[in-house]
Design a protein around this ligand. Structure first.
Ligand code: ZN
Length: 143
């Protein structure tokens, strides 16, 4: 099997409700995602998919929804959440809401779902998606 992987990165804030220690505080990361695709066969130029297609489609979605904003859980009871949401909305950077705590695992699964939708018409399948929350820690979704 031949795969291709495109790395994309963004800056965002989150917090993990009910976390046992410092991740319960609002804090930011330089997130990095490695998006791995396969195709039934290489295209007529020898590629799974052009890296630029992943960058253009998925990178644009990330820039729009996740870069320089907050990724927070719907219903997060922290009193700061609504103020952050209102402020980011006013700055044109609405908060992105997740259904469960926005861990690297949840963010990886969400980006895998989105990337598959955005790349569907290219015929590729997203088979693995790794999200690095720090240089030393990542979560991986795989098909
Ligand atoms: Zn964190």
């Amino acid at each position: 099997m031949i795969t291709c992987t495109r790395r994309l990165a963004w800056d965002a804030m989150h917090r993990i409700p009910r976390h046992e220690s410092k991740c319960a505080a609002f804090h930011g990361h330089r997130y990095t995602a490695d998006i791995t695709c396969v195709a039934d066969q290489l295209d007529d130029r020898g590629r799974v998919v052009d890296f630029g297609v992943i960058k253009e489609r998925v990178g644009t979605w990330i820039d729009t929804h996740w870069d320089h904003t907050a990724i927070l859980m719907e219903g997060d009871p922290d009193p700061g959440v609504q103020a952050i949401a209102a402020s980011n909305e006013a700055h044109g950077r609405p908060v992105y809401w997740t259904a469960s705590p926005p861990t690297a695992e949840v963010i990886a699964a969400e980006l895998a779902r989105v990337a598959q939708e955005l790349l569907a018409d290219t015929g590729v399948t997203v088979v693995r998606l790794r999200v690095w929350e720090t240089p030393n820690g990542w979560a991986e979704w795989s098909r």
